[in-house]
Ligand binder design. Structure first.
Ligand code: NAI
Length: 351
């Protein structure tokens, strides 16, 4: 599945802070190159996965790893975690010695001695992570005895955020019309929760078997691809890809709110503003999809499984941000970044 390469906040100086540490490493034998960014550890150790990508050059890789690590800092602060943002990228190329590249990242993470904790991201598999783990304990590998079902935590978080959104829109869950795009691990989990709460589901996935499952098990109505963005609903829940809301679709989406798991739902800041200007309230994805991060980070920081209360931080933050957005008439994404910055600066003042 296509994945957005970087989560870039709006072009505003306050939101483009540079990382605390940036390490460029090269493996002499294989020529593999990786870049590790530790963006901000004021709240706690940095968390972020390893992305392997074909960058044009080192500058592009540095820009991407910086933007991704910075987005993780905002995400951790908004999730209420004692953690910050980091990221690692491997410069992919024809003939890359993949094992050597992941070993290089493993050695870099080991040298950081717990300041950076890593795991999966685009193009990184469990086998790759096992190579990293040969060099450092500060890595999460799928299938291990660990924090539990991360996608289920994400689905629960999106459901909790949708609850905060419905409350702000003064709509009860019972009878809430929700269009869900994508019925994968998160989308289907979200549908199950919404169905239990009495919502009416309208669903689409490129895989028809998944649509049929939702129709038969959860009483959902199937939508065709071209109906997704034109079917009137209370909440649109994008759980497939980023960039779904373009300037054009945001100007027309017949929904009262947006809340889903997909990263970077807006194709551009202009699309975000177009939706806001029409009075459609969108929970920032950086808040709604933090369930897996909360579950994973809690496990690795404390060794305990998350409780429902840990995940309810998502609903509290969503409610705070949506409330301020309505009061100040500004897009929720802008408010979310301000809330993240406020939480970071409070930590510096020791409050
Ligand atoms: P997944 O790969 O299990 O499911 C994605 C589903 O979307 C698949 O059923 C796929 O067939 C469908 N799909 C792809 N293109 C589509 C299209 N154009 N129209 C309709 N359906 C389409 O992924 P998962 O884990 O459920 O994640 C969903 C989204 O949430 C992704 O964007 C992911 O990056 C994001 N996310 C997931 C987290 C997790 O814990 N799994 C955490 C944070 C974000």
């Amino acid at each position: 599945m296509a994945e957005p390469r970087a989560e870039r906040p709006d072009a505003d100086d306050r939101w483009t802070s540079e990382p605390e540490q940036l390490h460029v490493l090269r493996d002499r034998d294989s020529g593999a190159v990786c870049v590790v960014a530790v963006h901000d550890t004021r709240l706690g150790p940095a968390f972020g996965g390893i992305r392997r990508w074909r960058y044009d050059d080192l500058d592009e890789a540095v820009g991407d790893v910086t933007a991704l690590a910075r987005a993780m800092t905002w995400k951790c602060a908004l999730a209420g975690l004692p953690a910050g943002g980091g990221k690692a990228v491997i410069l992919d190329r024809e003939g890359l010695d993949r094992r050597a590249a992941y070993a290089l990242v493993g050695r870099a993470v080991a040298q950081l001695g717990g300041r950076f904790f890593t795991g999966p991201d685009v193009n990184t598999t469990d086998d790759d992570l096992r190579v990293v783990r040969e060099h450092t304990e500060f890595v999460a590998v799928g299938g291990d005895e660990g924090p539990g079902d991360l996608a289920a935590a994400t689905a629960e978080g999106v459901f909790l955020a949708a609850g905060a959104l419905a409350a702000r829109l003064d709509l009860p869950f019972d009878g809430l019309r929700v269009v869900v795009q994508g019925l994968g691990a998160v989308g289907m989990g979200l549908c199950e929760r919404l169905a239990r709460a009495g919502a009416q589901l309208l669903v689409h996935d490129v895989l028809d078997a998944r649509v049929q499952q939702a129709v038969q098990r959860l009483g959902a109505r199937a939508l065709q691809a071209d109906e997704l963005l034109s079917t009137p609903c209370d909440v649109f829940a994008p759980c497939a890809l980023g960039g779904v809301l373009t300037e054009r679709s945001a100007a027309e989406l017949p929904a009262r709110g947006v809340c889903g798991a997909a990263n970077n739902v807006f194709a551009s800041p202009v699309a975000m503003r177009a939706l806001h200007d029409r009075g459609v309230l969108a929970v920032p994805d950086v808040i709604a999809n933090a369930g897996a991060l909360i579950q994973g980070a809690t496990w690795h920081l404390t060794g305990r499984r998350t409780t429902d209360d840990d995940l309810r931080a998502i609903a509290r933050t969503a409610d705070e941000v949506l409330g301020r957005s309505l009061a100040e008439r500004r897009p929720p994404n802008e408010i979310a970044l301000e809330v993240a910055l406020e939480r970071l600066s409070r930590s510096t003042r020791g409050a």
